[in-house]
Design a protein around this ligand. Structure first.
Ligand code: G6P
Length: 602
């Protein structure tokens, strides 16, 4: 949610900034801008629209300079417009600022500054920062002191980069509750919202903690929240840059759908043997026998994976599991304590609500476990334990391979808990075998993509689409429906199959498409009856199931597996159909409107 990047060094800053911005574009693409220091003056170019648009504008400018900052925006305060685009500056052009986060008390600060004679050009919360810097600089005559005073005034979350003619060749960086990494190579020093933005320049990174400030020039100087100099050790990150390319695919989403078997294989690699073992994570029998419940917290697709985790844990371990949307969890006064194991799932590891929920659970004494796909992401520094999914970088906004890997790791975790508490059983050995075999079955489902394309051709003009199922199939229905909404902008609803007749069935008309998901023999007949009910009202049914045929219904057949594992297979046709519908409609599947991949504001 908003991406920031900065560079100071020997080379021209602009190409480095725009390249960095492009890898951050998944965080937001409402507007983009850069500020470069040239001959002791700040030059800003910014506009509404995507980075390609900014690049066009930059072709007509002749900005040169070895120090600059840049921003790609997901609008929170103020519409996407040139005025609201970052960087923001004070009138005297002393400070240019890019910001990711939300300044929650900006209205109060704005009133204070207006009272002091300042005027605002934008509707953003960010603009208070350069103006406060200006205000405090005039009082203190010292940039660092002005920064300290400004940061003290800010409530909320921020990762900021600041350049100023007063500082010369120096970038100021500060962070609280929003991610910021710093990297360095022989050409210079970089700062950005995430590692992928910088990985083509360096694999050596420093991670700022909340409250930290850094001065970037020929070297990096770190300060803590009391402005005392501190030392930090860099970490080497070995990432495969190839993994961030499209590799010949038309879109990242298609590539990531196709990568799912490999992603799951990599995620489970080394975990499942005779025993289940995780790297740097273990729980003992005494602890697992002592817990009264498990609470899973996440947002969006990760939350849907969590629902399937609940299904698996409750079925196999008989431990009560609650799943909460992270933004609700914090405000529902959750009943958790030292006897609750709290699991937080986040592909990016940066989702603000999920991280805030984790901190709350930790404060209440619960053991916290993060499941994330991004190495060294913020969540890993907050949780007691971390388990990584190894799905590789997921770039498309709509999550696909992260979801199937999350469900896979949750099943592995379930088996781990079960075996520690109850010892080995034939049932758990069989499930382990099935889990390991899943990537091959995923290949089988992926091979039918032309069939899914045909369905999309039949459906892409509809206004509404429905997805129904029972038990874990309902969880799959929710994920299928979310994929469709996210990228095709078609309204869709997921409903527990038996609940449809309590209201939503009124929406079914002649020709309405309804997906039925039926992968669990125990409830299959019931779901089929519910599908008959909608068929009787004119609906076209598409059944995703592990059977060959059903009367008067189209069937997408998937291989038969334990219902605990079914989401990993059954979601694939639904991902594809959403993808092909969006393609039929000529939409940008990787960067759908209004969305961002990493939601770093609450
Ligand atoms: C955003 C993304 C979703 C994602 C959700 C949670 O809404 O668009 O694809 O599922 O955030 O993200 P996380 O990184 O925490 O899994």
């Amino acid at each position: 949610m908003c991406g920031i990047v900065g560079y100071v060094g020997k080379d021209e800053a602009l190409p480095k900034l725009t390249k960095g911005l492009k890898t951050l574009e998944y965080r937001g693409y409402d507007s983009a801008g850069v500020a470069v220091l040239q001959n002791k003056e700040i030059y800003v170019v910014k506009d509404k629209g995507r980075i390609a648009n900014l690049e066009e504008l930059l072709k007509h400018e002749h900005i040169k300079g070895n120090i600059g900052i840049a921003h790609t925006r997901w609008a929170t305060h103020g519409v996407p417009s040139k005025e609201n685009a970052h960087p923001h500056m004070d009138d005297e052009k002393r400070f240019a600022v890019v910001h990711n986060g939300i300044i929650e008390n900006y209205l109060e600060l704005k009133d204070f500054l207006i009272d002091k004679g300042y005027t605002f050009k934008s509707q953003t919360d960010t603009e208070v920062i350069p103006l406060l810097l200006n205000y405090y600089y005039k009082k203190e005559k010292d940039v660092l002191k002005a920064l300290g005073k400004t940061l003290q005034d800010l409530k909320g979350s921020y990762a900021i980069l600041v350049i100023s003619p007063l500082l010369g060749k120096t970038i100021l960086a500060a962070k609280k509750n929003s991610p910021l990494v710093i990297g360095k190579n022989e050409s210079g020093i970089f700062a950005a919202s995430d590692i992928p933005a910088l990985i083509s320049y360096t694999n050596e990174f420093y991670f700022l903690e909340d409250g930290d400030v850094a001065l970037l020039n020929d070297t990096i100087t770190f300060y803590n929240d009391e402005f005392k100099p501190i030392k930090k050790k860099s970490k080497k990150i070995d990432w495969d840059m190839e993994a961030t390319n499209k590799n010949g695919y038309e879109d990242y989403m298609l590539k990531e759908i196709m990568e799912q078997p490999e992603a799951l294989k990599n995620t489970l690699n080394g975990i499942i043997g005779k025993k289940i073992e995780f790297l740097n994570f273990s729980l003992d029998k005494d602890y697992l026998d002592s817990i009264t419940n498990i609470h899973i917290v996440a947002c969006g697709t990760a939350m849907h994976a969590g629902l399937s985790g609940k299904y698996a844990i409750e079925k196999l371990c008989r431990i009560p599991v609650t799943v909460s949307v992270a933004s609700e969890f914090r405000y529902q006064d959750p009943i958790i304590n030292a006897k609750t194991l709290c699991i937080f799932i986040s592909q990016s590891g940066e989702t603000a609500d999920t991280i805030a929920a984790l901190k709350l659970a930790r404060d209440k004494g619960a053991v916290t476990l993060a499941i994330t796909n991004v190495f060294e992401s913020s969540i890993t520094r907050e949780a007691k334990y971390t388990i990584y999914t190894h799905a590789g970088p997921e770039i498309a906004v709509a999550s696909t391979k992260a979801y199937t890997s999350q469900v896979g790791i949750l099943v592995a975790l379930t088996l781990y808990i079960k075996e520690i508490r109850d010892g080995h059983s034939k049932e758990s050995d069989k499930l382990k075998e099935e889990l390991i075999n899943l990537p091959k079955l995923m290949d089988v489902v992926l091979a039918d993509k032309d069939i899914y394309k045909d369905y999309a051709k039949r459906m892409y003009k509809v206004r509404d689409l429905f997805y129904i199922g029972r038990g874990n199939d309902y969880n799959i229905a929710m994920e299928g429906s979310l994929k469709l909404k996210e990228i095709s902008y078609i309204h869709s609803e997921a409903y527990p199959a038996g609940e449809l007749k309590h209201g939503p069935i009124a929406l079914i008309e002649d020709g309405t498409f309804v997906f039925g998901i039926a992968t669990d023999a125990k409830v299959e007949e019931k779901t089929l009856s519910n599908l008959e009910e909608v068929k009787a009202r004119g609906a076209n049914i598409v059944l995703v199931a592990d059977k060959e045929e059903a009367k008067d219904m189209d069937i997408i057949k998937i291989p038969k597996v334990n219902p605990i594992l079914a989401p990993i297979l059954a979601v694939i046709p639904l991902q594809f159909i959403a993808y092909y519908i969006a393609k039929e409609k000529g939409l940008d599947v990787d960067m759908p409107r209004n969305l961002a991949k990493s939601v770093t504001v609450e």
